[in-house]
Design a protein around this ligand. Structure first.
Ligand code: ATR
Length: 304
């Protein structure tokens, strides 16, 4: 499953499917891509549904997303998932980008439909489902604080929060300047959501944390072994919901400390599973891949 294909392999069906019993008809594209966990869960869902197709890793360099999509389409692919760093570049390579993906500013799922390459985004809806699943609450009911809101992932989550109608949204980033364009965009989407932007070292951050119902880490802090928690334990309160989009190494430093404070915690694996299941359902309407994907990912994790 660790095999990685490149654009050269998309030259023909003979090359792509040499020695395989099923044709490659779905892929995840990214740079790098060898670490992706998507094939594990998507292939399990294909197999469980009795669909004779392979889901493969495809390494695509920045600037080559358009060519990759064109070749996949020619070879009769059903679609692909799109991961870092291509979620923005791919928007310009689709014939149609659906309204929610346009608002989110990123595409993570592509479907090759009758003559049309269509882009959509299941990351945002996957996050909403992950919060409902893990904590039994609707995101829109919560006051939310997002750390890392200036990064690509954090911005998309912030937009999704606003689309869900959250009551209050605190955006936190190490580099404060990155929040100005995000806040301006969000204010254009929701006039009646109370929003604030804070730097990580802002003296008002302790208070903003204490008054949030849900704290989300969308920064990359926690990915490297030995990372410190992105927020001090003293700013968390018992019963608070803490979601870390990072899920490896497990438990993340933030979740470890949040659990010790008596918070309810969950990591990003649920988001990974839900975005994957939603993508699969776009390719195969009426399917129900969630349980199969969840068990396929049980065990050591890696990235989407
Ligand atoms: P992306 O491609 O999503 O923008 P990124 O550049 O790795 O990914 O940044 C992800 C987020 O993690 C950003 O919010 C980043 O903060 P900056 O905007 O200030 O760069 C945040 N981040 C990365 N390392 C961090 C650290 N050591 N402390 C705090 N935040 C950090």
């Amino acid at each position: 499953m660790a095999e990685v294909y490149t654009l050269h392999d998309l030259i023909s069906r003979q090359v792509l499917d040499a020695g395989q019993d099923k044709p490659a008809r779905l892929a995840v594209i990214g740079w790098p891509i060898a670490h992706s966990a998507s094939p594990r869960m998507q292939q399990a869902a294909l197999d469980a549904a009795g669909i004779a197709a392979r889901y493969v890793r495809l390494e695509v360099m920045p600037g080559q997303v358009g060519e990759a999509l064109a070749r996949m389409r020619e070879l009769g692919f059903i679609g692909c998932n799109v991961t870092v760093p291509h979620k923005f570049e791919v928007m310009g390579c689709c014939d149609v980008v659906d309204a929610a993906a346009q608002t989110l500013g990123a595409v993570n799922t592509v479907s090759f439909e009758a003559g049309q390459t269509r882009g959509s985004n299941t990351d945002g809806p996957g996050f909403v489902r992950a919060i409902a699943d893990e904590f039994g609450v609707a995101l829109g009911e919560l006051k939310v604080l997002i750390v890392g809101a200036g990064g690509g992932a954090g911005q998309a989550l912030a937009v999704q929060c606003v689309m869900e109608g959250v009551k209050r949204l605190a955006l936190v980033n190490r580099t404060l300047e990155k929040l100005s364009p995000v806040l301006a965009r969000l204010r254009g989407l929701a006039a009646n959501c109370e929003m604030l932007g804070l730097a990580l070292e802002d003296s008002a951050l302790a208070e903003a944390c204490a008054t949030a119902d849900l704290i989300v880490n969308a920064s990359s802090v926690g990915l490297k072994p030995g990372d410190s928690p992105v927020l001090p334990a003293a700013w968390l309160r018992p019963g608070q919901l803490v979601y870390d989009c990072v899920y490896q190494p497990k438990p993340t430093p933030l979740l470890q400390q949040a659990a010790a404070r008596g918070c309810r915690t969950a990591d990003g694996r649920s988001m990974l599973i839900h975005q994957g299941a939603l993508a699969f359902q776009q390719w195969f309407p009426g399917s129900g891949p969630l349980a199969v994907m969840r068990s396929a990912l049980a065990g050591p994790a890696s990235e989407a």
